[in-house]
Design a protein around this ligand. Structure first.
Ligand code: ACO
Length: 326
C-alpha cells in the first residue's frame, strides 16, 4: 500500500462548568418531573455555565487538557477549529478568542456551525488540513452553552440541554493507506435544509437582531434522528472500508438515550459498545461527542488502536458520522 498522511488523535480533554442542575431543580421552574425526564430522555442532570463565563473559557479549559494529554503546548498549535452554536460574540470567531487566551501562534483559526453535528463536521474540515500536511498540530474543539439559548418557560426543550466543552489534538502521521492505520478513516456528512422548522433558534443578527430561543418539534426530530444517524453510520463505515461489526466503540452525540438505543437496535449494535454520558451531561450539542470520548478515554475503556465511530444529528437538519482509529 502507498504511504499516506493521516490525522491522528493524540490527545483528548473535556471541561464541564461547576454548577450542576438536577431534574428536581428544573421541576421547580417548569411543570415536569424527574420521572418524566429520566424515562423519556435518560437525562438526570446537566451543567450550567455561569452568567459571566463565556464559551471560550470552557473551550480553553478543554483544550489545555487535550494538549496536556498529547504532550503538546499551545506553542505547537497551528490550526484551531471550534464547533459552536453559542459563540462569545457574533464575531470574531470563538476560535480566535481561544487562540488569544491560550497564547497560540498566528495561524488559521475559525468556527464551524453545524449545531449538534458540529464536531463531526469540524473533524472533517481539520482532516482536510492535517492529512494534507497543511497543519501539523490542530486543536478541534466542541464548546457550547446551550442553557443560554433556552426558553425557560418551554418544558419541551429546557430540560434537554446542558453546557460543556471537549477537545482533541490532531497530529499528522504517516499511514499505509490501510484501515489498520491510526487516524481519520472515513466520513459521511449530510444536511437537509427543508427540515429547518423541526429544530432552530428563532433569532439572529440579520433577522430579529436578537439571539433568540431554541425551538423544537421533539417527536419529529426523534423520528428523523434514528433514521438519519443510522444512514450516516452505514455511509461512514463504507467510506472507511470497515464493517460496522469491526467498530470497538460508538461515540454518539448525546441527545437522548432512547435515540441511542433506537440506532443500536436498528443496526444490531451491541449496546455495551455505545458510550453514553447523556444522563450526566444532557445534550451539549457540538461538545457532546468529545466529552463522551474524553470520559471513555480517561476511564480506560478506549485504548490506542481501537476503532471508533462518532455520529450526530442536529439543527439544519445536519447529520454525519466519522470513523477513526484511535
Ligand atoms: N415534562 C413533562 N411533560 C412534558 C415535558 C416535560 N419536560 N415536555 C413535553 N411534555 C409533554 C408534552 O407537553 C406532551 O403533553 P400532551 O400530550 O399533553 O400534549 C407530552 O409530554 C408528549 O410530548 P411529546 O413531545 O410527544 O413527547 P415525546 O415522547 O416525543 O418526548 C422528547 C419528548 C423527549 C423531546 C423527545 O421527542 C425527544 O427526545 N426528541 C428528540 C429531541 C432531541 O433530542 N433534540 C436534540 C437536538 S437534535 C439531536 O441532538 C438529535
Amino acid at each position: 500500500m502507498s504511504k499516506v498522511l493521516r490525522s491522528v488523535v493524540t490527545g483528548v480533554g473535556g471541561y464541564l462548568p461547576e454548577t450542576i442542575v438536577t431534574n428536581e431543580e428544573l421541576a421547580k421552574i417548569v411543570e415536569t418531573s424527574d420521572e418524566w425526564i429520566t424515562e423519556r430522555t435518560g437525562i438526570r442532570q446537566r451543567r450550567r455555565a455561569a452568567a459571566d463565563q463565556p464559551v471560550s473559557d470552557l473551550a480553553v479549559a478543554a483544550a489545555r487538557r487535550a494538549l496536556e494529554a498529547a504532550g503538546r503546548t499551545p506553542q505547537d498549535v497551528d490550526l484551531i477549529i471550534v464547533a459552536t452554536t453559542t459563540p462569545d460574540l457574533t464575531f470574531p470567531a470563538t476560535a480566535t478568542i481561544v487562540q488569544r487566551k491560550l497564547g497560540c501562534p498566528v495561524g488559521p483559526a475559525f468556527d464551524v456551525q453545524a449545531v449538534c453535528s458540529g464536531f463531526v463536521y469540524a473533524l472533517s474540515v481539520a482532516d482536510g488540513f492535517v492529512a494534507r500536511g497543511r497543519a501539523k498540530c490542530a486543536l478541534v474543539i466542541g464548546a457550547e452553552e446551550m442553557t443560554k439559548l433556552m426558553d425557560w418557560t418551554d418544558r419541551g426543550t429546557c430540560v434537554l440541554f446542558g453546557d460543556g466543552a471537549g477537545a482533541v489534538v490532531l497530529e499528522t502521521m504517516d499511514g499505509e493507506g490501510a484501515k489498520t492505520d491510526r487516524g481519520m478513516l472515513g466520513f459521511a456528512l449530510m444536511a437537509d435544509g427543508t427540515k429547518q422548522d423541526l429544530l432552530y433558534v428563532d433569532g439572529g443578527v440579520s433577522t430579529t437582531g436578537q439571539v433568540g430561543h431554541l425551538r423544537m418539534q421533539g417527536n419529529q426530530v426523534f423520528r428523523h434522528a434514528v433514521v438519519n444517524i443510522s444512514d450516516a453510520i452505514v455511509a461512514a463505515a463504507a467510506d472507511a472500508g470497515v464493517e460496522i461489526s469491526e467498530v470497538d466503540w460508538f461515540i454518539p452525540h448525546q441527545a437522548n438515550l432512547r435515540i441511542l438505543e433506537g440506532v443500536a437496535r436498528r443496526l444490531g449494535i451491541d449496546e455495551e459498545k455505545v458510550i453514553t454520558t447523556v444522563s450526566e451531561h444532557a445534550n451539549t450539542s457540538a461538545a457532546s461527542i468529545p466529552l463522551a470520548l474524553d470520559a471513555a478515554v480517561r476511564d480506560g475503556r478506549i485504548k490506542k488502536g481501537d476503532l471508533l465511530l462518532m455520529e450526530a444529528m442536529g439543527g439544519g437538519l445536519t447529520w454525519g458520522a466519522c470513523v477513526v482509529r484511535f
